[in-house]
Design a protein around this ligand. Structure first.
Ligand SMILES: [Zn+2]
Length: 413
């Protein structure tokens, strides 16, 4: 179980309902399940949309302004208006040679049965975002995304999606299309005809953060544009959505994707997509390896978004192994923040400080141990005040390689 927690009055916060929650404990036993939190520590990795894109841009600027001003509670937020949907990411189906990125076909069937039986509407990511912007989701909604374009999608997932009448959004890296074990162009054309959505996952699927910062976003942008040109030519339509390889990005790469005209991008921080989510680093719950179960899926499908309206830092990239502080500004309404919990994947303990004001609260999180591995996820969960649901937010930290020479040689630059 999660260890001790203490709630203490915060000194020097006159007039504010400030308090500090400190946590010792770790990954297991939470009612919201830290299971997939641990999972992400491992190997896991447009046009015509301008009107819809305008609002997230405004929100993004507003977030920056709030962070830069350092002011508390400037924003009047109406969380009740925030519709949301849950998004999952899969890689392989029924291919147990690669257990960390695979889901058994029977488990996938069980997940689709759950969505059907519970009355979920399953949409492509593009359709779900249009409805989110229009405020017309109307009920529980799920999106199934599939990265990398493995052929096991066609053999393991497609028959079930056809049986249940559900779509999926696939993100493909163009240099791999048609290779052994991968979908080919005829497959992708047929999938489009069947109502599946195809998105851009770069040409090379490289670790772009391993490139030197100078020129990194240029190389990345060229790769994405090359993939976009190929996809547009071969499929007869330009993908509107993008998926960062390994879920890794920095602010310049994120800006490149926005500048190239995509409507949205997905990363691999877990969480629920709401109007508060970063439109160019949307969260997805992973469904691979030990986390690809029916029970785990049910918990995630019912998760609620923790409405984060600002965060500091915005970049996932960190140097060194010191566990950084993450600061979040969260809309308070309907959320029991004094019961909030933090989790740091791969670490045994973390601290969470909460300072509340009238409408929002500032949450500060940091791990107690040095970062391990390439990617580390911080997750904050808090129960709803009005029902059994839990709110969820996660932020991924990435520690790139710094021996740039090796990376440049590998990429042939
Ligand atoms: Zn990928």
């Amino acid at each position: 179980m999660v260890g001790t927690s203490e709630i203490e009055p915060k000194s020097g916060s006159a007039g504010a309902a400030g308090f500090v929650v400190s946590r010792a404990g770790g990954m297991t036993g939470t009612p919201t399940s830290g299971d997939d939190v641990a999972g992400l520590a491992g190997s896991l990795t447009g046009t015509g949309w301008s009107e819809q894109a305008a609002m997230p841009n405004m929100i993004s600027r507003l977030r920056r302004a709030i962070l830069q001003s350092g002011l508390i509670c400037l924003l009047t937020v109406s969380p009740g208006l925030a519709e949301e949907f849950v998004c999952f990411v899969y890689h392989r189906f029924g291919d147990d040679r690669y257990p960390s990125t695979n889901i058994a076909v029977d488990a996938f069937r069980g997940q689709l049965e759950y969505l059907r039986d519970e009355g979920f509407t399953v949409l492509t990511l593009g359709d779900a975002l249009v409805r989110l912007d229009a405020g017309s989701l109307g009920g529980p909604t799920a999106v199934l995304t599939v990265d990398d374009g493995y052929d096991s999608f066609r053999t393991g997932a497609l028959p079930l999606l056809q049986e249940f009448g559900m779509p999926a959004t696939l993100f493909v890296n163009t240099n791999s299309i048609g290779r052994r074990g991968m979908l080919d162009w005829d497959d992708l054309t047929e999938l489009l005809a069947q109502g599946m959505e195809i998105g851009n996952h770069t040409a090379t699927h490289d670790y772009f953060l391993d490139l030197p910062p100078a020129g990194r976003s240029l190389t990345f942008g060229e790769d994405v544009a090359q993939a976009q040109g190929t996809l547009t030519e071969r499929l007869g339509q330009a993908p509107k959505l993008f998926s960062f390889p390994f879920g890794e990005y920095d602010p310049d790469m994120r800006a490149s994707v926005e500048r190239l005209g995509f409507a949205a991008a997905v990363a691999q921080n877990s969480g629920v997509v709401s109007s508060h989510a970063d439109r160019f680093a949307l969260p997805r719950f992973p469904m691979g390896g030990p986390y690809a179960t029916v029970d785990g899926f049910k918990r995630k499908a019912r998760m609620l978004a923790l409405p984060v309206v600002a965060r500091e830092p915005e970049s996932p990239v960190v140097a060194g192994d010191s566990a950084p502080w993450l600061t979040l500004r969260v809309v308070r309404e309907g959320i029991s923040l004094h019961r909030a919990q933090c989790f740091v994947a791969g670490a045994s303990a973390c601290s969470l400080q909460v300072e509340a004001d009238a409408d929002t609260a500032t949450l500060r999180v940091h791990g107690h141990e040095p970062l391990q591995g390439r990617r580390t996820l911080y997750t904050v969960t808090a129960p709803s005040t009005s029902g059994p649901g839990w709110h969820w937010f996660s932020h991924v930290w990435v520690r790139p390689r710094t021996d740039y020479g090796a990376t440049i040689r590998k990429l042939g630059k």
